[in-house]
Design a protein around this ligand. Structure first.
Ligand code: PAF
Length: 273
């Protein structure tokens, strides 16, 4: 695996490829990330990953400083997964000047759900992904469905800017008990890890109740109450239509999305149904 630490190094390495498949990450890699790499591998003539903890997408009180940086094990995992190129710029390398040109995704999609609870998050995500795309110039990029709203925003950005990149959506990888794999699961204590499965269990119950004809508002309230009773602090548990994440009308394809804190760890998950 070739490692490029600067944009100039990356450009030189990428000169050899025409149809790269790209997996952007913030490191602290787990099976979920490696599944994205496996999905990327057959797509292009090179598999490229990036590791960059992007300050722009963290709020001041969030875990930017403590976000786990696990360089050696990340490199070993990517190498073993058959990644060809790793782009791992420093902050100064990717943002040599303060990044004052930014990508602002539309508020109807970016200021709801995650964007409501983490204002500016999707400006930070869209800006860094646009910049990473400009550096890597991939033909394909693979994103996980666990970050459902992020995936939709990136798909919209690529469409509206006519970027010549196919965005590939990858199914959420889960632990055997159903917990969606996430770098932040590592923050959970043993007891919290046992409890954490309740988030995906609650999503499954919500989907079943809606399928059985229960009113969505009631299903959402019951789910919030039941997680609160177990010690969670939910931000949202909500049923939306898949096309634009707005409140659904009858006949729409649905997804239920959740974000909730267990102790100080904020987990997100979703389920299409
Ligand atoms: O999903 C992530 O890990 C990040 O939001 C991404 C896409 C790598 C941008 O920093």
């Amino acid at each position: 695996m070739q490692i490029a630490r600067t944009i100039a190094e990356l450009r030189q390495v990428m000169g050899a490829y025409r149809r790269a498949a790209f997996v952007p990450t913030m490191g602290n890699l787990h099976e979920g990330h490696l599944a994205l790499v496996a999905q990327a591998k057959p797509l292009g003539d090179a598999t490229v990953a990036s590791i960059f903890v992007n300050r722009l997408q963290f709020l001041p009180h969030e875990d930017f400083d403590s976000y786990p940086r696990t360089w050696d094990s990340d490199c070993a995992k990517l190498e073993a997964a058959g990644c060809d190129v790793l782009f791992a710029p420093t902050e100064k390398g990717l943002y040599p000047q303060p990044q004052t040109y930014k990508v602002h995704p539309p508020g109807e999609l970016a200021d709801i759900l995650e964007g409501h609870f983490r204002p500016g998050f999707f400006v930070g995500v869209s800006t860094v992904v646009m910049k990473l795309f400009a550096c890597v110039q991939p033909r394909f990029a693979v994103f996980g469905k666990k970050d459902y709203q992020q995936l939709m925003i990136i798909q919209g950005m690529v469409r509206q800017f006519e970027l010549p990149i196919d965005i590939i959506a990858s199914e959420t990888r889960r632990a055997p008990d159903g917990l969606a794999l996430s770098s932040r699961n590592g923050y959970l204590s043993a007891a919290q890890r046992q409890e954490a499965v309740q988030l995906s269990t609650t999503l499954k119950h919500m989907a079943e109740q809606v399928r059985a004809g229960e009113a969505i508002a009631g299903v959402e309230t019951k789910a919030m109450d039941s997680l609160r009773a177990r010690g969670w602090q939910p931000d949202y548990l909500t049923v939306r239509r898949r096309s634009d994440l707005q409140a659904p009308a009858s006949g729409d394809e649905l997804v239920v999305l959740a974000a909730a804190k267990l102790g100080t760890t904020r987990l997100i998950d979703n389920l299409e149904f």
